[in-house]
Design a protein around this ligand. Structure first.
Ligand SMILES: [Ca+2]
Length: 313
């Protein structure tokens, strides 16, 4: 019997999703048992195709990829930003990419519920897109979360700083109601990397160039799909390269990356005129709710960078 940690990834791939997924696929202690796709950086079907491109690079097309929800819970699809390109992968299609016949026919949410039963108490869920599929799984089966060992989330903000609006981070902005359901009703342990933690730990351009230097199949894919976002960053005069999904995946893969965290009660504003999608942290326990999330507030930068450099070894 395998001692590997069982991992389910829920993604809206997404250039930073690509590197995050590759970190998991190349980790010898982790078994990725499935990947579910959600609408976010691009439409859900295209997310599935992007995931197949990632799997092909590491010869892991045997891992099942499921198409999940194609719209947020309320159906109010919001425009993505230009950072990831229209296809989520920097608009550099690969004519040798696997076609959609490699995608599973089972719906992503059904797959989440089924796999949670087949591997009860063993699965870690790493969520790197809007939380629509996870919220739907909670609604389909109220015991879903209690069968999950741990849930890691990239999303939300703990200081009210947004990257899509003045106050909302992209994944929570894209589906605030789903984020609300997951934080309040999933009932598994939840560890989060929020936008501020990402923004506070950027990679220098010098490090980025060094990481992408070696001529490997993984780097060849990442260099291609990151071209558009790197140019976006350059055009907008970003002094450094901010990563997000890679950071939460790294914290799951190696807890030594985590330097500081805090346990708190946090929820999501779904109605505010200016704050829809903002995570609300009850720092002073006004709401008298039990803690429901662990927020990673600081990381060991050198350990994180070591993990990223290891991706191409
Ligand atoms: Ca993502």
């Amino acid at each position: 019997m395998s001692n590997k940690r069982k991992l389910l990834i829920d993604t809206d791939a997404g250039v930073d999703d690509a590197q995050a997924i590759l970190l998991a696929l190349t980790n010898p202690d982790v078994e990725v048992i499935g990947i579910t796709c959600v609408d976010g950086n691009t439409n859900t079907h295209q997310v599935g195709l992007n995931v197949l491109r990632i799997l092909q690079v590491v010869n892991r097309l045997d891992i099942p990829v499921y198409i999940g929800c194609t719209e947020p819970l309320l159906g109010d699809k919001k425009p993505s930003n230009e950072y990831h390109g229209v296809d989520g992968f920097g608009d550099v299609p690969d004519e040798n990419a696997p076609d959609s016949s490699h995608l599973q026919t089972e719906h992503g949410v059904s797959a989440l519920v089924r796999l949670s039963k087949e591997h009860e108490g063993e699965i870690t869920l790493v969520c790197i897109g809007p939380l629509t599929n996870i919220a739907m799984a909670v609604r389909m089966d109220s015991k879903f979360g209690s069968r999950i060992k741990h849930c890691y989330i990239m999303g939300g903000n703990h200081e009210g700083k947004g990257n899509m609006t003045a106050s909302a981070e992209f994944n929570f902005y894209a589906d605030p109601e789903a984020a609300y359901v997951v934080l309040n009703q999933l009932k598994s342990p939840i560890t989060m990397v929020t936008w501020e933690t990402c923004e506070n730990h950027p990679l220098s351009w010098e490090f980025y160039r060094r990481a992408r230097g070696p001529d490997t199949p993984i780097n060849n894919l990442l260099r291609e799909v990151e071209k558009h976002s790197a140019k976006f960053a350059e055009d907008n005069e970003w002094g450094s390269f901010v990563t997000a999904d890679e950071l939460v995946m790294s914290c799951f893969l190696n807890s030594d990356v985590i330097k500081n965290s805090c346990d708190v009660y946090a929820t999501v504003d779904t109605k505010g005129q200016y704050t829809c999608g903002q995570m609300v942290v009850d720092w002073k326990s006004f709401m008298k709710q039990p803690n429901n999330v662990t927020i990673i507030t600081d990381i060991h930068q050198s350990k994180y960078e070591e993990l990223l450099l290891g991706l191409n070894c």
